[in-house]
Design a binder for this molecule. Structure first.
Ligand code: BDP
Length: 601
């Protein structure tokens, strides 16, 4: 899937701004014909979650209607015209001028409607009904009402199976754009390294059944080259070799400019430009290799989360968070727990961050209620994520899920007594689901490793199907509370056990402690800045002694909004090394000193 762009052959306009809006708690909108136009009750900003924009609606996770009007920009008439929603959480149904365009389920991935022939020159009315409800058969799931083995230890309000606020609304831009009639519909760029040469392979898909040629040119760093091939059956494959290529890496995120043209009798019928980073990523034994060299990921789990906008795209926040991560000496992050905005990934390409790109499959459980639908949605989301993000050099790994509830209760009981792993500790439904998901990810993209992020430790049988083991661990916090050294002793034993069972690279995908800024204690005690600093630095030092631990991602970059629960004071998770308004806690300085060298320079 290509992001819309304006160039000599295409045009794009952003429909974001102030839209008309109406909550629909009684679910009367459909019956009253709001899809053809409605009397607005509010004005709302797009993109942004609705929850924090009004005085009384924070916890409203139901139906709401958005409406905007627009005229077609000058010169667009007669072209193919599409509308793209970059993300609507959770389920969107869309009408244009009273005609239903369709619907999309899943809150963090884009969807497109072809509106050619339906859009008027002036006075178009675009209406979106957003359904934010939580349900067991949605991904991520909710409304589990504390079912054992399927939910957080205590039920939070709103009732999610995951630990962040279920913000909803139109949270990323809405774009309208043109495509030529004979259009490049998709590009897949794969890079290889051959000695000192970089090999850039481009696969093009196009919508046209006429004789066309595809042409690519690649420019940058003193190189300029290209090639041309005939399009056959709507596809073409082209290869450009770059001698003495500058490779993409966190230290030097070199990008080349790729320009792809579709040509009819020598004249340009469509064109598209894309930055390309030449790099390889691979797993060899228990090492992760970037450009053939072992690499270690230092960084964070994060959230798209900020006051007032909720999960809404906020470009300045993207800039700020990269500045903070860079200041810390980080080179990587995970898009916990859903694919982030495309703008975030564009910046990762440019700034040299290695990204573990994660689907919205957080808090999955494997009881029957809705299992089949959840499986289908998980697969849909893997497809959509890979389709959207496959051309980013920064994306080095796919994460198919975070913290599924996979182990049987019996297995957990034995394990937490003394790390005994019983035969077949995972629920068979979970094993089947994850095997299918990992296979799908590899089929769609054989060039990137696949990971699963689990809290089940050595009980996670699905580690069998992935290339990299992702482990979330809070020993010394949720267990061994107040006893960091005891917790780390257990962790040391556990990762050796996991490594024996699954001799693959392992990433500490989450570790951290809730920390109230300004709360101090000597000796360190839970919730104090000293406790967080000691916990993180000691776990980092443990990771550094284990060659197979190829990543350390602290939970979390910043404090973030959650539902209300006894373990979430004031409705926040306080595990950030920065506060929600991005101020450092003590741990930020201590970890920075470790990651950047002892003097923190
Ligand atoms: C893990 C989850 C993460 C939570 C974190 C925590 O993956 O989403 O926020 O632990 O408890 O369970 O802080």
């Amino acid at each position: 899937m290509l992001y819309p762009q304006s160039n000599a052959c295409r045009q794009m306009a952003d429909l974001s701004g102030f839209w008309e809006f109406r909550f629909d708690p009684d679910e009367v909108g459909a019956g009253q014909g709001w899809s053809a136009g409605f009397d607005p009750a509010e004005i709302i900003a797009v993109p942004a979650s609705w929850n924090d924009q009004f005085a009384d609606w924070r916890d409203y996770i139901g139906l709401a209607w958005y409406q905007t009007t627009f005229d077609l920009p000058w010169g667009w008439r007669g072209q193919k015209i599409l509308v793209r929603f970059n993300a609507v959480s959770y389920l969107a149904e869309v009408w244009l001028n009273g005609e239903r365009l369709g619907e999309h389920e899943g809150g963090h991935l884009p969807f497109v409607f072809d509106v050619t022939g339906r859009v008027k020159d002036a006075g178009n009315v675009l209406i979106v009904r957003v359904d934010g409800k939580l349900a067991p058969d949605r991904v991520p799931p909710g409304e589990l009402k504390g079912r054992p083995g399927a939910a957080f230890p205590t039920v939070s309000y709103p009732d999610t199976t995951y630990d962040f606020f279920p913000f909803c609304g139109i949270e990323r831009p809405v774009l309208i754009y043109t495509e030529p009639q004979a259009a490049i519909t998709d590009l897949t760029v794969v890079t290889e390294i051959d000695g000192a040469d970089g090999v850039v392979r481009v696969r093009l898909a196009c919508a046209a059944d006429e004789p066309l040629a595809a042409r690519v040119t690649l420019d940058g760093h003193g190189f300029s080259g290209g090639t041309e091939e005939a399009v056959e059956g709507g596809a073409a494959a082209l290869t450009v070799t770059v001698p003495d290529a500058l490779l993409w890496s966190p230290d030097a995120p070199s990008l080349y400019d790729l320009r792809v043209e579709l040509r009819r009798d020598g004249a340009v019928a469509d064109c598209y430009t894309l930055p390309v980073g030449i790099r390889t990523i691979a797993v060899e034994g228990d090492r992760l290799l970037l450009n053939g060299e072992p690499v270690k990921l230092l960084g964070f789990g994060r959230h798209e989360d900020f006051p007032v906008v909720g999960k809404g795209l906020l470009p300045a926040l993207i800039v700020k968070d990269y500045a903070l991560m860079h200041w810390m000496g980080a080179n990587s992050f995970r898009t916990s727990h859903y694919p982030y905005s495309e703008q975030m990934l564009d910046m990762a390409d440019r700034l040299g961050f290695m990204v573990i790109d994660e689907t919205p499959a957080v808090g999955l459980f494997f009881f029957e209620d809705g299992l089949e639908k959840r499986d289908r949605l998980c697969q849909q989301m893997i497809r959509e994520m890979i389709d959207r993000d496959k051309n980013h050099p920064s994306v080095i790994m796919w994460s198919i899920a975070n913290e599924p509830h996979t182990a049987s209760l019996e297995a957990r009981e034995a394990y937490y007594r003394d790390f005994t792993v019983i035969d077949h500790p995972s629920r068979p439904e979970a094993v089947a689901s994850f095997k299918a998901m990992a296979d799908l990810a590899r089929d769609l993209d054989p060039t990137r490793p696949v990971t699963l992020i689990s809290h089940e430790g050595a009980l996670e049988e699905s580690f069998e199907f992935v290339d990299v083991v992702g482990l979330n661990r809070y020993f010394g916090w949720y267990t061994q509370s107040g006893q960091i050294d005891l917790g780390l002793g257990y962790l040391d034993r556990e990762i050796e056990l996991i490594h024996t069972l699954y001799p693959k690279p392992l990433i500490f995908a989450e570790f951290g402690t809730d920390t109230i800024p300004g709360h101090h204690a000597q000796p360190p005690e839970m919730f104090s800045e000293e406790y967080q600093a000691e916990f993180l630095t000691k776990q980092i030092k443990l990771a550094d002694t284990k060659p197979f631990v190829v990543g350390q991602h602290i939970w979390n970059l910043c404090d973030f909004k959650t539902g209300q629960a006894v373990h979430r004071m004031g409705g926040y998770n306080y595990k950030g090394v920065f506060t929600r308004d991005r101020r450092p806690k003590l741990a930020a300085h201590r970890v920075r000193a470790l990651w950047r060298g002892e003097d923190g320079s």
